[in-house]
Design a protein around this ligand. Structure first.
Ligand SMILES: C[S@@+](CC[C@H](N)C(=O)[O-])C[C@H]1O[C@@H](n2cnc3c(N)ncnc32)[C@H](O)[C@@H]1O
Length: 277
């Protein structure tokens, strides 16, 4: 188990779906269909797939047929993968692979046309990104492969109404985001900037776009979980005393029906340079 529940992933998915950059998603779909030697077939390997939210994001639009698309969903969390199979095993060509992504040389990437991930890369380390970039660069010498990564947290939150401790809580939260999540020190808010630099260096053409969560009183269940999660993470760092944090938490929960919050994320698409498809 990874600590990510089906309930939390379901709760955030509506906001994730609204947030994903439609242009990059369309380009990723176009890339999948662009291999003239593939007979219309393509494999997407989704890293940290959870219950299959990336599959659902691709499948939701009318212009994307599941025909010929094979999904390989990789995660270390067996119950999440079982839920993904239960939801999509009949309607899509789905295989699951239970694996710790940190074992990067074991990743089943050989057949991929596209490697995908959502809400994953802020958990990983710089070393993981370095290894993945080298791995994909090497694979590209045999057959071109792209990387689509959505919803990488960028370290910003913007609350209305404001509270005097918003900045201090954010600083403590962001520090906690860099704690080791199983890959070495996590990139946290630096994830997308690091991905972009590393994949440009590895010879990919990189595009990125903002994909913020935009939450208001209609998202109160998710916002409640978010506020509680931010406070719990901020409590892991000594920067804030517990009374101040409690004050912030009470204020935020009390105002949840009448607040808005923008949480910054970035999506990125890296495609092999020089490939015209
Ligand atoms: C924030 S969730 C995102 C899930 C899904 N991509 C989504 O957007 O709903 C992060 C996912 O990464 C998986 N994960 C985290 N660390 C992992 C690791 N070391 N190996 C494999 N999966 C991991 C978790 O189990 C979880 O499903």
């Amino acid at each position: 188990m990874s600590g990510f529940s089906v309930e939390w992933l379901d709760l955030r998915e509506t906001a994730d779906r609204r947030a994903r950059d439609a242009g990059l998603l369309a380009q990723a779909k176009h890339w999948l269909r662009g291999d003239p030697s593939s007979d219309g077939r393509a494999t997407i390997v989704d890293l940290g797939a959870g219950t299959g939210s990336t599959l659902r994001a691709f499948a939701e639009s009318d212009d994307f047929s599941p025909n010929g698309i094979e999904w390989l969903l990789v995660d270390q969390d067996r119950p999440l993968l079982a839920e993904a199979r239960r939801r999509h095993g009949r309607s899509h060509a789905v295989e699951t692979c239970e694996l710790d992504l940190a074992k990067i040389s074991d990743l089943p990437l050989a057949c991929a046309r596209l490697v995908a991930a959502s809400a994953l890369f802020d958990l990983v380390s710089a070393e993981f990104v370095d290894s993945l970039a080298i791995h994909l660069e090497t694979l590209c010498q045999r057959q071109p492969v792209g990387l689509y990564t959505a919803l990488n947290y960028d370290g910003t939150t913007d609350w209305a109404p404001t509270h005097p401790l918003d900045d201090a809580v954010l600083e403590a939260f962001n520090r906690d985001q860099q704690r080791d999540k199983g890959f070495g020190p996590a990139l946290g808010p630096d994830a997308c900037g690091y991905l972009q630099r590393r994949f440009v260096e590895a010879g990919f053409k990189v595009s990125s776009a903002h994909s913020p969560w935009i939450l208001d009183g209609a998202d109160r269940s998710m916002m409640t979980e978010l506020i509680t999660g931010i406070a719990a993470a901020a409590a892991n760092t000594p920067a804030l005393d517990s009374d101040s944090l409690e004050d912030w938490l009470e204020f935020r929960l009390d105002k949840v029906n009448d607040s808005s919050c923008i949480v910054g994320h970035t999506d990125m698409l890296a495609l092999p340079r020089g490939d015209s498809t």
